[in-house]
Design a protein around this ligand. Sequence first.
Ligand code: EZ4
Ligand code: CO
Length: 403
Amino acid sequence: MLKILDAKVVVTCPGRNFVTLKITTEDGIYGLGDATLNGRELAVVSYLRDHMIPCLVGRDAHRIEDIWQFFYRGSYWRGGPVAMSALAAVDMALWDIKAKAAGLPLYQLLGGACREGVTVYGHANGETIEETIAEARKYKALGYKAIRLQSGVPGLPSTYGVSKDKLFYEPADGALPTENVWSTPKYLNSAPALFAAAREALGWDVHLLHDVHHRLTPIEAARLGKDLEPYRLFWLEDAVPAENQAGFRLIRQHTTTPLAVGEIFSGVWDCKQLIEEQLIDYLRATVLHAGGITNLRKIAHFADLNHVKTGCHGATDLSPVTMAAALHFDLSISNFGLQEYMRHSPETDAVFPHAYSFADGMLHPGEAPGLGVELDEALAAKYPYKRAYLPVNRLEDGTMFHW
Ligand code: EZ4
Ligand code: CO
């Protein structure tokens, strides 16, 4: 019995908002969990503080599966991003505690390493194709084996994924949502040219990826997939919104471009059909928004039976605690595909000192017991919460669209 003494939620904004759960046990061992839900942070804070922490105190921290089931089944209102992010934070913190109690890095408890490191992809972006390719060259020089390319769409004032600060893209940029403008025809006319130029300039010895960010219909996505086939993408991400999973059948029937989807999924029910019917190649669900390490492991095992690999979301709104948890998970599962890696700012890394490190295009979680991430609470307190929203999108005629 490793009794849970207390738990608290820390909100900090070292450049962007992060919500962290810290669970403390009677033995003095503590664990950290990330509960950050970009643009809706305080809903998860309340879910944890007002509804979960009172039920956690006094429980045995070792009983991870039981505690997971207690909250999942016991809330009656199952699932959804707020509840599953809160549950994930509890789950991550408990795995952190268990691994620290064992004196082992978490990946050892998950079955041990299946590979030498976790291959990651970085984000190259620019207003123009030339600028994007120049950025991609920098990633290649740093040793990256896989690079996501996003370029400005001619005729649109701004585009998803294209940022002024190349290193630290933060789409949640306004105290009220920024309004962007979108045109599918303009986008579909420009995207293939980016990859034609990129293969010409970068060659074939690097994996290239692209994120559509849920902006097409299935038939439009099918066309884009076909147009991109000559450039052999590693994956085409979030081609359409995935609430209607059957929509992927149509894309699948038309193109051999590999498909990735799921960074906003809350669990297996958001992707059961996608996996079962083998409609996708990579699942983007994360340990954070999909209910923790406990839940994502089950989903990954199910995916493995259906030829689907993992491709965990790893944007900067996932804190270093999630990044560490994802790396332990990635290292230990049989069907790992690729891990997204957007570097955090030095301010964020200072608040969350961590054992994971990058070399030769791969991240490794390190050998520190547990997740291998600390929280500098004194420093965190110096960065108070700042309301920030993700942008919204409208078509050129003013119609609300997907962002
Ligand atoms: O827009 O993480 O692949 N990465 C992405 C991200 C998401 C943000 C949303 O919080 O799509 O940039
Ligand atoms: Co994405």
